[in-house]
Ligand binder design. Structure first.
Ligand SMILES: [Fe+2]
Ligand SMILES: [Fe+2]
Length: 450
């Protein structure tokens, strides 16, 4: 059995005169041997060097003579010490989820009041709203996203009326799309630039790539404007009749023409009345978020723009828009399981234009995870609480028949699980962090209001 010990703990022991022997070879990411399995580590610099190589935990294997000794040469019971550390890490994770839920509730309330006011103002004035308040709300949502990439899954999906849907949708699309854009900007922009310059060298044309040949990473000021565009993308719907938007059944050709107007027609009119039409980032998302993501995609509008002409951030807006519409309950349809929705979107757009694949991957990486605080079903029928999306790390809290367990079980990292019964059952619905709270036993929840 290998036991993972935090490197800082080992540094502390060795700096006080202790010794460590791993019993397993430790390598860095480039397969360079850092510690031999039989090496006695009593120099703290060795551990500091390993830490500098990005290693946060070290495995120790007692069966192959691995162990930790204090300055008197007395062996330290690191298995129970490690367990204690693990349990307290889990406690901290549960605490963090609770904090995030509380913050999300407040942020959501603020954003909701704001967009409600925007809708009211537009209805009363025929198009004007208080831009400064919208800007503050969007900045606040952006800051919230820096706390946690899957922060959007902590926002409520409760919908009581069409207006409710519209403000819910605005907030959700803004937070989902921003999380995807940040991920794309951080992790894919270099790859995309390399890809584009190679493509250019190879003589590939824009039409082969689904993108212009140049791409520049988005800067903070641009990101703020892009976020505003995401928040306002459907603002034109405020001027479209509710009976059409909420119609329980297929739209007639005439009705569809009216609905289409919410983007390049009414949406643009509202932006112009508020002097926002000069901002390309806001304007493009409002006008073109229903455009084709690849050449030839059906039922897209306006058709005056081809997929190549649609900027990356608008493509992200469209993906977030489709995802939120699929995962939301409406008068005419039930909500679709988030994991099923991601899979469907991926299948629809995979292997289309080359550049779209990078956007799609950033999207799947952000929304295709099991966020901490949600509940998943395991293949054996147990429900499990996700305490970390990495793995994911879960705590099962029911028996296979759905009956709540009276005592808290140990956390399991599903990544290392070989038992097929302990895999996630992807057909069963995922409960979002907001919906999960009521289902949890007392030992997994802490009061949300205090
Ligand atoms: Fe739209
Ligand atoms: Fe939308």
């Amino acid at each position: 059995m290998k036991v993972k010990i935090n490197i800082d703990q080992l540094i502390e022991i060795v700096s006080k005169g202790g010794t460590v022997k791993t019993g397993v070879d430790i390598y860095n990411q480039n397969d360079l041997l850092l510690i031999d399995k039989d090496m006695l580590v009593n120099n703290v610099n060795t551990l500091l060097y390993i830490k500098k190589n990005g290693i946060t935990d070290i495995c120790i294997q007692p069966e192959t003579a691995g162990g930790i000794w204090d300055h008197n040469g007395k062996e330290i019971d690191f298995i129970s010490a490690g367990k204690k550390e693990f349990v307290s890490t889990i406690e901290k994770k549960i605490q963090k989820i609770t904090e995030l839920k509380k913050t999300a509730k407040i942020k959501y309330e603020h954003a909701k009041q704001n967009i409600k006011q925007v809708i009211l103002d537009i209805k009363q004035t025929g198009g004007e709203f208080d831009y400064e308040t919208v800007e503050k709300t969007v900045t606040d949502l952006l800051n919230f996203l820096t706390v946690n990439e899957s922060a959007f899954s902590y926002l409520t999906k409760e919908i009581f009326s069409y207006d409710d849907y519209l403000y819910n949708h605005s907030i959700n699309v803004c937070t989902i799309a921003m999380a995807v854009l940040n991920r794309f900007n951080d992790q894919f922009s270099d790859t995309v630039n390399r890809f584009l310059s190679n493509a250019y060298v190879q003589g590939l044309k824009e039409k082969d790539l689904g993108s212009p040949i140049s791409y520049v990473q988005y800067l903070p000021d641009e990101i703020r404007d892009i976020a505003l565009g995401y928040f306002l993308h459907d603002v034109g719907k405020v001027l479209i009749a509710d009976e059409i938007l909420n119609k329980n059944g297929p739209l007639t050709g005439e009705e569809f023409e009216l609905v289409k107007q919410h983007s390049y027609g009414k949406g643009l009119t509202i932006l112009t009345r508020n002097n926002l039409d000069h901002n390309p980032y806001v304007r493009n998302s409002v006008q073109f978020h229903h455009c084709a993501l690849y050449s030839g995609e059906p039922r897209c509008y306006p058709e005056t723009r081809t997929a190549i002409e649609i900027p990356i951030y608008v493509k992200i807006c469209k993906l977030a828009d489709i995802y939120d519409a699929m995962t939301s309950k409406r008068v005419y349809k039930e909500a679709i399981n988030p994991i099923v929705s991601v899979t469907e979107i991926f299948r629809k757009y995979a292997e289309k234009d080359s550049l779209l694949q990078f956007v799609l991957h950033a999207f799947v990486k952000v929304v295709g995870i099991y966020p901490a605080g949600s509940i998943v079903s395991l293949q054996n029928g147990q429900l499990a609480y996700v305490v970390d999306s990495v793995g994911p790390l879960v705590i099962p809290f029911t028996n296979p028949h759905g009956r709540t367990l009276q005592e808290r079980m140990e956390a399991v990292n599903l990544e290392g699980e070989t038992d097929p019964n302990m895999q996630i059952d992807r057909r069963k619905p995922l409960k979002s962090p907001v919906d999960a709270y009521e289902l949890l036993p007392d030992y997994l929840r802490q009061p949300l209001d205090n």
